[in-house]
Design a protein around this ligand. Sequence first.
Ligand code: ATR
Length: 285
Amino acid sequence: MHDSRETFLRNAFVTGCPVKHSRSPLIHGHWLKTLGLEGSYTRQEVAPEDFAGFVSRLKSGKSGFVGGNVTLPHKERAFSLADQPDALSEELGAANTLWLEGGVLHATNTDGYGFLANLDAAASDWDRTERAVVLGAGGASRAILQAVRDRGVGEIHVVNRTFARAQELADRFGQKVHAHAMAALPEVMKGAGLFVNTTSLGMDGDEAPDFDFSPLAEGAVVTDIVYVPLITPILRQAVDQGFAVVDGLGMLLHQAAPGFEKWFGVRPAVDDALRQLILADMEKH
Ligand code: ATR
């Protein structure tokens, strides 16, 4: 039988509000071009009050889209409006990737995959540790806690300025995740092999407070999900104190790959050419 999927142009989107700063079109545009695929990936700015209508058009097949990415502030609604959210997005209560399959709208969240793939590529032994510290308990922290737990790290300590938010995540993600207030940081860092910043500290040239990474295990990896600047003040301090660091740009690149494969049928490569393309764009803005 003829595979009808091959006969029409596939179009995908990134939706958010605002969405004009999203670098996802650059990433997917690069893959479409280098793989020689026909298709498009465009920004769709959708206001919160219009999001349900956007999803319903998507489900009806009339929008012409095969799926897309979802960013702030729509990730929770994307999860709840999907017909078939997977287990990952269910636990997070948020989805960043939607795709249609046989008229059914599927949803997942690829942020945790992107986070792990970035660490695996840049510091392959990072997961030998039994202890990780995650600073911050906002939206970005969730997928990381889930992913680090699912990789099998025994103890994960989430530390946050507002303790109640850390506690809420510890309750959500189970016994391996422990909540702490900021004052506990030096104590919980003792012997940890991974330190992750998920807060906005040091973003866009802001100052970050001083961190003493010396309690971490020898050979520990420090990573930051902020990637502007690429070497954040937190990563700079870790380098100066002799620790291995992984910047956050790779997470953005890797989280995009599973969606591309769902919509366009080919698993794309996250390579240096792509990284250089995004770095060049960051120089311009
Ligand atoms: P996102 O969804 O991007 O993670 P968010 O939900 O606003 O954004 O969360 C931002 C995180 O950065 C939170 O953990 C926040 O701490 P609070 O929960 O106490 O607000 C943290 N954060 C932001 N500014 C901070 C600061 N100056 N010092 C410490 N933590 C900060």
